[in-house]
Design a protein around this ligand. Structure first.
Ligand code: BTN
Length: 259
């Protein structure tokens, strides 16, 4: 059974949230990723959500096909304009937002398969796809795509009959797509605000590192490395390019500039 979503109600409840204050609900699209990317190219507000009842060319990671019954599942993409330093966190917040919302609305206890598949009893019920557009070393936009098997019976679809499951299959009853969509967007808004705040701190730290670009000598205990301090990785480790061209990752040490 397919129940229409009332996105106006969700939008109005999320009107002051950073995500979900604008929702485009379409009956059928090729992929919500493509519609969201077009929206981003046209400068749509951050937090715009594109949700569809059906996708004719839904895609997963590594160019795989994403299968879904029409009007039964959640298929949506979110437009964001994150700083470069927030990119590494998007996958984590998207996974945790979906996981927490599923727990909140169904009382099921799903787990994650790295990096972002959501499983119940070892079977996949949700996948997340993140696509980014970059230009001149900066991020133009990122699109987070969520595919969640809600009221769908995967046993009717040979590709996922063995490996997939859905919330209704696990619970033995239908689940409100609307309540789940709202819960995910709410969780995602909260986590995205925290990620942005952290990314600003991280950006300030990195922008102030006068070490970057200089030739340095790093000593810890009786070990020494020399080279050009090229960059820092998402965990804050220093990436040092040695004179032979190789790069070493340093998590600590005393740094002295070599002029
Ligand atoms: C995966 O596990 O491979 C990720 C699957 C992501 C599927 C969703 S469905 C909504 C959005 N539109 C798409 O075409 N893909 C994502």
């Amino acid at each position: 059974m397919s129940v229409q979503l009332s996105v106006e109600a969700i939008q109005s409840r999320l009107s002051s949230a950073s995500i979900g204050h604008r929702i485009l609900y379409l009956p059928s699209v090729n992929s919500t990723m493509d519609v969201a990317r077009r929206e981003a190219e046209q400068g749509a507000p951050e937090g715009t959500v594109v949700v569809a009842d059906e996708q004719t060319a839904g895609r997963g990671r590594f160019g795989r096909h994403w299968v879904s019954g029409s009007g039964q599942n959640l298929l949506f993409s979110v437009v964001l304009y994150p700083e470069q330093t927030a990119l590494a966190g998007l996958n984590i917040i998207a996974s945790v937002a979906a996981l927490t919302a599923i727990q909140r609305t169904t009382a099921l206890s799903p787990t994650l398969k790295w990096p972002n598949d959501i499983l119940i009893a070892g079977k996949k019920m949700s996948g997340i796809l993140i696509e980014t557009a970059v230009q001149d070393g900066g991020v133009r936009y990122a699109v987070l795509g969520f595919g969640i098997n809600v009221n769908f019976d995967p046993s009717q679809t040979p590709e996922i009959a063995e490996s997939g499951t859905s919330l209704s299959k696990e619970l033995g009853k239908q689940v409100s797509r609307e309540a789940l969509l709202e819960a995910i967007l709410e969780e995602l808004s909260t986590l995205y605000e925290r990620l942005k705040a952290w990314a600003t701190v991280r950006h300030r730290w990195e922008a102030s590192l006068e070490t970057l670009g200089s030739h340095v000598r790093v000593q810890w205990g009786d070990q020494v490395e020399e080279g050009v301090a090229e960059a820092v990785d998402p965990d804050g480790n220093l990436l040092l390019r040695r004179s032979d061209g190789t790069v070493v990752t340093l998590s600590g040490g005393d740094v002295a500039s070599q002029g």
